[in-house]
Design a protein around this ligand. Sequence first.
Ligand SMILES: *Cc1c(COP(=O)(O)O)cnc(C)c1O
Length: 376
Amino acid sequence: MSSSLPDTWFHASGRLLIDLNTIASNYRTLKEQMADKACGACVKANCYGLGMDQIAPTLANEGCEDFFVSFLEGGIKLRAILPKARIHVFTGLSGGKPQDFVDYNLIPALNSLGEIQEWSDYCSKTVTRHTADIQIDTGMQRLGLPQDEIESVLNNPSLLGDLDIDLVFTHLACADTPSHPMNRQQLDYFTKVYERFGANRASLANSSGIFLGSDYHFDLARPGAALYGINPILGKPSPMAQVVRLQGKILQTRHVDTPQSVGYGATHRISEKGRIATVGVGYADGYLRSLSEGSLAHIGDIPVPVVGRVSMDMITLDISNVPEHMCSPGMIVDLIGPHQGVDTLAEKAGTIGYEILTSLGGRYYRTYLDGNEESG
Ligand SMILES: *Cc1c(COP(=O)(O)O)cnc(C)c1O
């Protein structure tokens, strides 16, 4: 497992392997859960930091037809990659004019009565029923028609005018905790109101929502995290497969002994004779500073603790238990991999897998594994 650096990433600080086959199989897993209902894909933030250019076509090849981005800008990028897909933009008209969405054939989420009016005016002016979505807020207080505007629509559906609404959708606040009472409350409310919006389809579930059962499925799911290997069910074994493997390379090793210390602040005191390896990945690469002291890396199958503070470009590992021939400069250390998935690392950092993935920096040499390559 521990081997010398391939020439191709010799100049990079580390390597990020992204397995497109696994993303495809994760998509199939979610699709199976959805049975005869449709499964879209959330590709916001450049596919949670992993690369829309490569991942969006992989998902489209698996039959995914509905893609979700946060901003107009992401929609425009995705349109260049997937000329035919339905692309939905969560932040809708807050980020652009109706004409911008029509120019790129994007579907904005209308998030207020004001935006519904704006879209409706635009449709009248252009004498075309351009398609939009309506997002309603059932508990996040974030985006979408707020409660009082939903009530206005229920009392006066003509406020929606004569629009072509593809989706009416809302977002669950606590879907990763199946026992949370808010799931049922949001479901009940959505079930009560969604038909009044006259949409072609309804959508509620994100990744975790899919696993709350078929009541939550409606016509279309919008999973993101689970596609990229994050566990959608808190505290239960993950139904998803790991997508990323993150590797750093050893820059230097040294022998240490008491009373030396390691790193900024001299927070780690050497208590007995041992060895330290420095690896060229730091918080500027998304290896969060909260992983200082006590998180794990692996050399081959051997766990090695991070000691001292994470620096901007480097971490230091206690390699006292690893044979010297496995830790020469240039050799590979697993930071996220078969021995430690993204969720485990996130937990050690006091965060969630979403933040780990979207923080992975731009300095890694990125390798996309597909059917033609052997995996890591
Ligand atoms: C991010 C997001 C999703 C996807 O959520 P995951 O938890 O990553 O599956 C779905 N819907 C909305 C509105 C979102 O913002």
